[in-house]
Design a protein around this ligand. Structure first.
Ligand SMILES: Nc1nc2c(c(=O)[nH]1)N[C@H]1C(S)=C(S)[C@@H](COP(=O)(O)O)O[C@H]1N2
Ligand SMILES: [Mo]
Length: 514
């Protein structure tokens, strides 16, 4: 038996190259996922167990700010934190790029995991990880007792892993990783818009977010324990195994050197990812989002919101508190809006034009009487991480668009606001907030121009006289204080060419539903 063990340990069959490579790649990618995950948390540093994100209902928060309940007194943007690029990816509050990294690395990590698990089963190596007898439990307990007494199980127990180690690795690979892959998609408004019941499996969208976060805490602890034990428990075997595939204590010094250099390189790559990203934001935006686009297109872009159609939420689910992202435009920012507001928007006309045969303009009264009124109870998902459920009443954008005849080449719908952007990418004076919608999104069943929220005319903070609702996308697409709707040929021709204010100045993507 010992000689058999010895041969498996020394001829490299226990730790083949593919296994060692997948391990290294996983180390790099998990670090990128954790770091970009923290960037996402920084943009709304509060975690909740239910869908409402009411101040004071967090179970944990990473900010000292207290939020008054008064509407818009403290906005979701005020709440955003900026953390160091040494800690998070990319850092400096660049949430758009943090999300771009998280999306991209998720695909790479799933791919690496799929290759690893496939080879695990194809080569029979799964036996080392998957327990096949309940006797593993008492054996693991024995190991645990030895560790608890600061002892170390003897080397014969490691074939190649001891019972406790096997149990932990099994948990990480076959329980933790699928758990992260199942909770992650609940963050996507496209996924929960299309499959609202899926979020309920985890107790709702915020509960899933909290569980995803706890999964991150678990793996962080695991990594610390794992690394410590590798160095404490028979390191003379572990390190040569990990580096060269052979349990040859004679090569320990060499393995230690390679391990330390390798770790240093990985850590430097984590940091380099941040500094590279921040060194040219526009280039990073383009590269990172394009890299994840094929996968997003294949899956997420096909999903249409069916929250109202499936009666995902009832009046009871309506959130008592709904975050505000951006405050009502001031008199200086939009005298026009204030003039209209002064007589209750009686003089307001929604302009519907652009690349059309004949532009139209509709008063609020026209909209109410000429089109079917639609009421949707839906969940608003801001890419920062907060949500809020509300009932929105208005008319379908597609019904309004049907009254104008688009000219050939009209591919996108641009919606412009009376409100202004908070800042511009290149620090020029702020321009009106706008967004461009791909045709299919503009025409979705649940895409509406809303005038009521929870049965009441929109509060000034929430975008009167009309605000856009797009239930399969993030909040930044939902223009408040809508001035006009226009068919355009290509979003590259308007603004800074990225598809909207948040895309231009926040490095988001025009069609990122993640
Ligand atoms: N005009 C305008 N509309 C806007 C924004 C903005 O800054 N200006 N912010 C968007 C973002 S990022 C979100 S999350 C939602 C927030 O909507 P709420 O304030 O009604 O909750 O508004 C969107 N619409
Ligand atoms: Mo948002």
């Amino acid at each position: 038996m010992t000689s058999l063990l010895h041969s498996a340990a020394t001829d490299g069959s226990w730790f083949p190259l593919w296994l060692r490579a997948a391990h290294l790649v996983n180390f790099l990618l998990i670090g990128l996922l954790i770091r970009s995950g923290w960037e996402i948390i920084a943009s709304h540093p509060r975690l909740y167990w239910h869908n409402d994100c009411g101040p004071g209902t967090e179970w944990v928060k990473f900010t000292k700010d207290e939020v008054p309940l008064e509407i818009g007194a403290f906005t979701a943007r005020d709440d955003q934190r900026s953390w160091s690029p040494l800690l998070v990816l990319p850092g400096q509050g660049k949430i758009g790029l943090g999300r771009a990294w998280h999306a991209l690395v998720t695909s790479l990590w799933v791919l690496n995991g799929a290759v690893y698990v496939t080879l695990l089963f194809a080569t029979g190596a799964w036996r080392r990880i998957v327990p096949t007898s309940w006797s593993i439990l008492p054996q693991a307990w024995d190991s645990l007792k030895i560790y608890a007494g600061f002892g170390v199980p003897s080397i014969e127990h490691f074939t190649p892993y001891d019972a406790l180690q096997k149990l932990m690795y099994f948990t990480v690979i076959f329980i933790w990783a699928p758990f992260m892959m199942l909770t992650g998609p609940v963050m996507s408004p496209a996924v929960v818009g299309r499959f609202p019941r899926y979020a309920k499996v985890f107790g709702g969208r915020q509960a899933a977010r909290s569980l995803h976060f706890l999964g991150m805490i678990f793996i962080s602890f695991f990594i610390v324990m794992h690394v410590t034990l590798v160095f404490v428990v028979h390191p003379r075997y572990n390190l040569p195994h990990m580096m060269f595939g052979v349990g040859d204590p004679a090569r320990f010094a060499q393995a230690l050197t390679v391990t330390l250099i390798g770790t240093l390189i990985v850590v430097l790559l984590w940091l380099a990812a941040s500094y590279w990203t921040l060194s040219d934001l526009r280039r990073s935006q383009r590269i990172l989002w394009s890299a994840s686009e094929p996968v997003r297109r294949l899956i997420l872009n096909r999903f249409r919101s069916a929250q109202a159609a499936k009666h995902a939420f009832t009046e009871e689910d309506i959130s008592p508190f709904h975050w505000v992202n951006t405050r009502t435009p001031t008199k200086e920012e939009s005298p026009e809006w204030h003039a209209l507001r002064a007589d209750d928007f009686a003089g307001y006309r929604l302009e519907v034009g652009g690349l059309v045969a004949e532009p139209k303009a509709y008063s609020l009264e026209d909209l109410r009487t000429r089109f079917p009124v639609q009421e949707n109870i839906t969940m608003h998902t801001c890419m920062q991480g907060w949500t809020g459920i509300a009932k929105w009443t208005g008319v379908r954008l597609r019904d309004v668009l049907a009254t104008v005849e688009p000219l050939p080449g009209a591919e996108y719908v641009m919606v412009e606001s009376f409100g202004k952007a908070q800042h511009m990418h290149d620090a020029r004076p702020v321009e009106p907030y706008y967004t461009c919608l791909p045709k299919d999104v503009a025409l979705e069943d649940e895409t509406i121009l809303a005038w009521d929220m929870n049965g009441m005319p929109l509060h000034d903070m929430f975008g009167p006289p009309l605000r856009l609702r797009i239930e399969s996308m993030h909040g930044y697409k939902m223009v408040k204080w809508v001035r006009s709707v226009s068919w355009i040929h290509d979003y590259a021709e308007v603004g800074d060419g990225q598809g909207g204010t948040r895309e231009d100045s926040g490095y988001q993507h025009i069609n990122a539903r993640i």
